[in-house]
Design a protein. Structure first.
Length: 186
């Protein structure tokens, strides 16, 4: 059991019958009364964010999460299949667990799996950037390249993104997976 003084960003705790990741915390010592810790918690299963205040006397159940490197192989319609590159063991992951991150997945991409002590996959972490090819976009019009705004485009995985006017179909672009924004043409 951990105490509130052990709270740190990225810590996984069992709280309200679920697993939550601490995304922000602040130790508060008011002039009057007992100290407390104000936290922002993200539910690992569904991604919902809640705020909670813990008294300093409260005990928290910390859950140790193991991170494993896996390679994305393919999507079979219901499951995303990942492989451990050292043992070649394949593990299917449900579409519900991947959620909107599927738009960034490309075959043979290496991701980090979050695995709980019972060997259940509770989430994946993508690399910070991915490179994808543009499948659809409006044609480039001469003279638009000086504009600050952009045009809408769709990548080969179905990701809708705003790109500069000079990007055309077939171009490879680098995308930030945290924000979903265009970084540069590759």
């Amino acid at each position: 059991m951990a105490t509130t003084s052990d709270i740190r960003n990225g810590m996984i705790i069992r709280f309200k019958n679920g697993l939550y990741e601490v995304t922000e915390f602040l130790h508060v010592k008011p002039g009057k009364g007992a100290a407390f810790v104000r936290t922002t918690l993200k539910n690992i299963e569904n991604g919902k964010v809640i705020e909670n205040t813990f008294r300093t006397s409260e005990k928290l159940e910390e859950v140790r999460i193991e991170k494993q490197k896996r390679e994305f192989l393919y999507f079979d319609g219901r499951f995303y299949v990942f492989m451990d590159t050292s043992t070649y063991e394949q593990k299917p992951v449900s579409k519900d667990l991947i959620g909107d991150l599927d738009k960034y997945l490309i075959e043979n991409m290496e991701v980090t799996m979050k695995v709980d002590p019972d060997d259940n996959i509770i989430g994946i972490e993508l690399p910070v950037t991915v490179t994808q090819e543009i499948a659809e976009c409006e044609p480039n019009i001469k003279g638009n390249s000086a504009s600050v705004s952009g045009k809408n485009a769709t990548t080969i995985t179905g990701l809708d993104i705003t790109v500069p006017f000079f990007i055309e179909i077939g171009d490879n672009i680098k995308i930030d997976t945290r924000s979903g924004e265009y970084i540069e043409r590759v």
